[in-house]
Design a protein around this ligand. Sequence first.
Ligand code: AMP
Length: 146
Amino acid sequence: MLKLINFTRKFSKTIIKLSEEEKAKSAFVASALKNTTIFDKIISKEISADIIYEDSKCLAFNDINAQAKVHFLVIPKCRIPRLEDMTEKDCEVVGHIMKIASKLGKERSPEGFRLVVNNGVHGCQSIYHLHLHIIGGQQLSWPPGV
Ligand code: AMP
């Protein structure tokens, strides 16, 4: 009986801890969706970045924490927080960033490259301004990290 009581106590503590973690994650996402990001500051040139391409709709720059020999980001200048927030009106700009990612990817990693979009908490998105990661310059492995 005592064992059962102890187990129940431990189990409810775990459930409370998990729900607190979930609450913290939801609060993080809610605030991230409301606030501007460091990418807005890179677009406005308030913060410098290693920019490799720019036009009226998008910006491409090297990732500050490169995961491969080639690792750069392409972002739209308009704010779309996550891929899942994309609406019909964003199709043109998202098509455009894909095209630029492909053009720069081919130039910088002619043997092939990978395009990654992290979306939301489980997707490990840390900056809530849509961005394409273009990774290459070397042989990549598959499957990616899970
Ligand atoms: P994600 O985790 O998909 O949101 O990716 C955000 C990426 O932005 C990470 O790979 C970071 O290394 C990169 N990053 C963050 N700040 C900067 C910065 N100031 N310049 C370039 N890349 C950055």
